[in-house]
Design a protein around this ligand. Structure first.
Ligand code: SF4
Length: 349
């Protein structure tokens, strides 16, 4: 009975894989309302009313891979860009000045940046680290283990690499010609070399509730300090362009169950799926981070949606703060975020 499982989660008694799957299968307004309310309360117990904000610089849209769900897959004939180091530094500085707690440097698997043991990328992280005092997250795709110590030494605090699914068969169909284990190892290596790690899954790419339950268990076991879920958005020019997008409810359900299964992890609400309209429902489902804050008019793309709400400035920090405060949340300070990272590092040491 779902109510008993929710009570168990509220009391901090953990959830089994089967209980996770049972919560994922609930439906109906009353049951879902109780799920979201429980997740929100668990989030408040762990993190109070604080929410942290991440700025996003998608600095290269070149990619050697061909993921079936992705707009930036190599087979898609689109205009691509690669920002210069100076541009990336200046974007990172303006994000810091705007008040975000972290800058997320994201790229496709760009050959140029991966060449020579990621020499150019390491250099870039070093330059951004010298220019800003807020933490840096690096999302460069799958790289060799030998790159992790240089990333850490250059100043990267976080390494993000999303598996998207922990079902190997589905992984092979979606992340075409990529190695499941190598991708999984990225987060293990990041943590081994003293960085914090993020994993993520996608809903709407052919997964079952059993798959999602397995993912939630796997993410917990691997120890990633930040875990996320995002809804797949069909992309023009890809094999999945005519797939049907799942409802917001599916993502919120997974998010809430993640929060109950792993109360102490950071869980992002991404603005990249529904734009600013999707922020508060995600916070109410247990998220405590807002990601994909993008400065307007900088010719930067999003990942799930290349331009949703970006140039209107609706995804910029002032608007996000106003909406969060109206909801009774408080944007955490850089000091508070730094303390949180120290706690997380202490836990994983
Ligand atoms: S999801 Fe990432 S690795 Fe896959 S095609 Fe898109 S940018 Fe490349």
């Amino acid at each position: 009975m779902y109510r008993d499982i929710l009570d168990k989660a509220s009391e901090g008694r953990g959830l089994s894989r089967d209980e996770i799957q049972e919560l994922l299968s609930i439906s109906g307004t009353k049951a879902l309302g109780e799920l979201w309310e429980t997740a929100y309360n668990v989030k408040k117990e762990q993190f109070g009313d604080k929410v942290f904000t991440y700025g996003f610089v998608y600095f290269s849209t070149f990619c050697k891979n061909n993921c079936s769900f992705c707009y930036y897959r190599r087979s898609n004939s689109i205009d691509r860009y690669r920002k210069t180091a100076d541009e990336i530094v200046s974007l990172s500085e303006s994000l810091q000045d705007s008040g975000v707690n972290l800058v997320d440097l994201t790229m496709g698997e760009d050959h140029k940046m991966h060449a020579d043991n990621c020499r150019e990328l390491v250099d870039l992280v070093r330059k951004v680290d010298s220019a800003v005092s807020i933490p840096i997250m690096l999302s460069p795709g799958a790289v060799d283990e030998s790159s992790f110590a240089p990333f850490r030494d250059a100043g990267a605090d976080w390494f993000a690499c999303y598996q998207e699914t922990h079902n190997r068969k589905l992984f092979a169909e979606r992340r075409i010609e990529q190695d499941y284990d190598r991708r999984f190892d990225q987060r293990t290596w990041a943590r081994k070399y003293g960085m914090l790690a993020e994993d993520g899954i996608m809903v709407g790419i052919g997964e079952t509730y059993a798959d999602v339950a397995d993912s939630i268990v796997q993410m917990g076991k691997q120890g990633c300090e930040q875990i996320r879920v995002m809804t797949f958005v069909p992309q023009e020019g890809t094999p999945m362009s005519s797939s049907v997008q799942k409802s917001r409810e599916d993502e919120l359900k997974v998010m809430a169950v993640m929060r109950l299964a792993h109360p102490d992890r950071l869980i992002p609400a991404s603005l990249d799926v529904e734009g600013i309209e999707g922020l508060i429902p995600r916070i109410r489902a247990g998220a405590n981070i807002v990601t994909s804050i993008v400065p307007p008019h900088m010719d930067l793309a999003g990942v799930a949606q290349k331009d949703l709400d970006i140039d209107s400035g609706r995804r910029f920090i002032d608007n996000v703060i106003e909406i969060l405060e109206a909801e009774g949340c408080r944007v955490g300070s850089n000091n508070e975020y730094g303390n949180l990272l120290n706690t997380l590092r202490g836990r994983s040491a």
